[in-house]
Design a protein. Structure first.
Length: 148
């Protein structure tokens, strides 16, 4: 499975509400950020961080659903255009957002991702993500800080 297929499968698991399947696609040392937690500059780490992110996301948008419009593989890095929709738990307000998702993989699992508001920002980040993935592959697999 290439990086784009892995990204599509991860989003498909979220869309199916298969949260255990989503976590299974994540590397144990995964690190990522979320636009929902952006004001806090929160970095989520490991499988516990994935579950924390899911809990946080679903508490705000219980019907959160991603839909991948397209995904490209750039070696160990995938760039995906994703449409998100959901309804605010407190407000009942429907939201729709398109974001560009850059994810990198190691050993067939997602090791990190970042979301961008524009395709231009995401494409600029591809080079850094590719370099991060390459560096992580050279380091010890159990070093959670190896992708910075």
């Amino acid at each position: 499975m290439d990086s784009a297929e892995l990204a599509r499968e991860a989003f498909a698991a979220l869309s199916r509400r298969d949260f255990d399947g989503f976590v299974e696609l994540m590397h144990p040392n995964v690190e990522f950020t979320s636009l929902i937690a952006e004001p806090e500059a929160k970095l989520f780490c490991g499988h516990a961080g994935v579950r924390q992110f899911l809990d946080q996301m679903l508490s705000v948008f219980p019907d959160f659903t991603p839909e991948v419009e397209w995904s490209e593989s750039h070696g160990p890095v995938a760039l995906s255009k994703v449409h998100f929709q959901g309804t605010g738990a407190g407000s009942g307000m429907a939201i729709e957002q398109t974001a560009w998702h850059v994810a990198w993989e190691r050993d067939g699992k997602v090791i990190g991702w970042r979301l961008y508001r524009t395709e231009e920002e995401a494409r600029e980040a591809l080079t850094m993500a590719w370099e991060s993935a390459a560096a992580a592959a050279r380091e010890q697999p159990d070093s959670p800080r190896s992708r910075r």
